[in-house]
Design a protein around this ligand. Structure first.
Ligand code: IPE
Ligand code: IPE
Ligand code: MG
Length: 238
């Protein structure tokens, strides 16, 4: 692409931040070191995305499957998330960033849940970048929770099941008031979705890169956006 200024910037980018462990291993360091570096990368990349004009950024930080990792790694990840959420209070202000968490937070330590409620409330006033952090998130889990919410609403006489269409069902998802991502980026070389945003990515464009997440930067983000710019989006049309 000749000129960065000519790029069409996707309104919503989703990122599967993968490869922290292998990045650390390459440096003969423990996996936690990679997760720590990954946290720093998230801070930088969210600012880059904001400056490029991205309105929504949704990042996969911890999946419903990640609980099966060794307890020590789970603890490390939770501690990093704890610190990240605390720091977010000032970062949100600096970057005019609204932070929200998607996923089932009821399984998280209560102090992390409190921190999430605090940052969501505190940053609700900012309208520069909307950052969604997926924690204990699984696409299937989100769909099951949505179906349960809808069943509850039905039992309470609040919904007419016959009239439920895609838009109404969408309203029960964690992402109910967030547009669908135009572009998914997965770092770390794997070509799979790993249970991320299953409903929301029905027509998302996928960009995979071998770059490990801690090495991802503004130049890599621009590459992904250039890839997106080269695609013809048809949505089922001829
Ligand atoms: C992504 O990095 C971070 C999380 C899944 C929490 P990984 O920890 O999966 O790193 P690799 O894939 O083992 O290199
Ligand atoms: C996906 O990465 C989840 C996150 C980035 C949080 P994983 O490393 O957990 O995915 P798999 O195991 O390679 O599918
Ligand atoms: Mg991985």
């Amino acid at each position: 692409m000749a000129n960065e200024k000519d790029l069409i910037i996707p309104g919503h980018i989703a990122i599967i931040m993968d490869g922290n462990g292998r990045w650390a291993k390459k440096r003969l360091m423990p996996r936690g070191y990679g997760h720590q570096a990954g946290g720093k990368t998230l801070e930088k990349v969210s600012e880059d995305a904001y400056r490029l004009g991205v309105k929504y950024l949704t990042v996969y930080a911890f999946s419903t499957e990640n609980w099966s990792r060794p307890q020590q790694e789970v603890d490390t990840l939770m501690n990093l998330l704890r610190d990240y959420l605390k720091d977010s209070v000032k970062n949100a202000k600096k970057n005019n960033m609204r932070v929200r968490v998607i996923g089932d937070i009821s399984r998280l330590d209560t102090d992390i849940q409190d921190q999430i409620r605090l940052i969501e409330k505190d940053s609700a006033q900012y309208d520069g970048l909307n950052l969604q952090i997926a924690i204990n998130y699984g696409g299937r889990d989100e769909l099951v929770r949505a179906a349960k919410k809808m069943a509850k609403a039905y039992m309470a006489g609040e919904t007419d099941i016959g009239a439920v269409g895609e838009a109404e069902f969408n309203g029960y998802l964690d992402t109910c008031d967030i547009p669908e991502p135009e572009l998914l980026i997965r770092t770390g070389g794997e070509i799979r979705v790993s249970n991320f945003l299953l409903w929301q990515m029905a027509y998302t464009e996928f960009y995979f890169t071998d770059v490990f997440w801690p090495d991802f930067d503004r130049a890599e983000l621009v590459k992904a956006i250039e890839y997106y710019n080269g695609i013809e989006r048809r949505f089922g049309n001829a």
